[in-house]
Design a protein around this ligand. Structure first.
Ligand code: DON
Length: 306
């Protein structure tokens, strides 16, 4: 298996280097400044082996990938059926910050992996203050990564001062009764959860915790209940790459989740996770090189779950 993985990660890196086009997200000023040529891939297996190539120690903003871990936290508290009822279980077929998707569903989010559902998810995290709620989210990210994850003040300020569209989404949810805390508190904490920094090794470890039934393969600690893993992976399969989720499922057959920071994490259940990072994004908001690299790794490793 190690020989296969070494060969696969090299082939994935080559395929990623060949993929061109896309551009850094620029609607968040910080992201526009990240060097576009950074590129790294990491694979972590369920038995804790780690394989990496390229810029795997560069720390980038977790962004939307954070939605997976807050979903996990909320699912631990209210169960899969609670998530389904309050945050939805369906793809939207629309961009990640779509207001139309909320309106077409009478103000209820369709998925915890788009902004509306993710802001509603944060509103379900218990806590008397934003900081109490934030501490739980940060702890969940850290448990998945197997180390203390930290907020980047620079990313956070850049996001908090430009997140007007997300504030509008939060008020829309509130008006429909689908925000479960003060909506501005929820959007403020949601923005913090997007502003933590990870490297490709962290991201692969986070994915490998899902691949390993909820137990972090490096720390060996159980992070979430085994029964919550499948519904999280199902959400990732349906909505993890937004409007490209169908394409991604068709091509790779792997649950994945992307972020506008350029990160992409994919899970081969029971085996491993692959994470890749490269800032230039396609029109749907997914890293061009990371998609090409992970698709190539999947072809080599044969991970398509279908
Ligand atoms: O909500 C936002 O605008 C960002 N902080 C996160 C969005 C994101 O990563 C969408 N991704 N592909």
């Amino acid at each position: 298996m190690s020989l296969d993985i070494n060969a696969s990660i090299k082939a994935a890196y080559e395929a990623g280097l060949k993929a061109s086009g896309g551009k850094n997200a620029d609607y968040i000023p910080f992201l526009a400044k990240v060097p576009s040529d950074l590129f790294g891939i990491c694979i972590v297996t369920v038995d804790g082996q780690c394989f990496k190539v390229g810029d795997t120690d560069y720390q980038f903003a977790l962004e939307s990938i954070s939605k997976v871990f807050t979903l996990a936290l909320v699912m631990e508290n209210i169960g899969p059926e609670g998530v389904r009822e309050k945050l939805g279980d369906s793809p939207t077929g629309m961009p990640f910050n779509s207001v139309e998707a909320i309106e077409l569903n009478q103000g209820k989010p369709l998925s915890p992996l788009v902004n509306a559902g993710a802001i509603a998810a944060v509103s379900l995290v218990p806590g008397d203050s934003a900081d109490e709620c934030w501490a739980k989210i940060l702890d969940m990210q850290s448990q998945f990564a197997g180390r203390s994850i930290a907020l980047s003040d620079e990313v956070n300020v850049s996001e908090q001062t430009t997140n007007f569209h997300n504030r509008a989404i939060a008020w829309l949810l509130y008006s429909a009764g689908t925000a479960y805390s003060d909506p501005m508190r929820a959007v403020e904490v949601y923005t913090r959860q997007c502003s933590t920094l990870v490297d490709a090794v962290d991201l692969a470890t986070m994915g490998a915790t899902l691949a390993n039934g909820g137990v972090n393969p490096i720390t060996k600690k159980r992070v979430i209940q085994e029964g919550n893993v499948a519904p999280i992976l199902a959400e990732m399969m349906m909505e993890g790459l937004y409007t490209s989720s169908g394409d991604w499922a068709f091509t790779t057959g792997l649950p994945g989740k992307s972020g506008v920071g350029g990160g992409l994490m994919a899970v081969i259940p029971g085996k491993l996770a692959i994470a890749a990072f490269s800032p230039p994004l396609d029109d749907a908001g997914n890293s061009v090189r990371a998609q090409a690299a992970i698709a190539e790794a999947e072809r080599h490793l044969g991970g398509n779950i279908f």
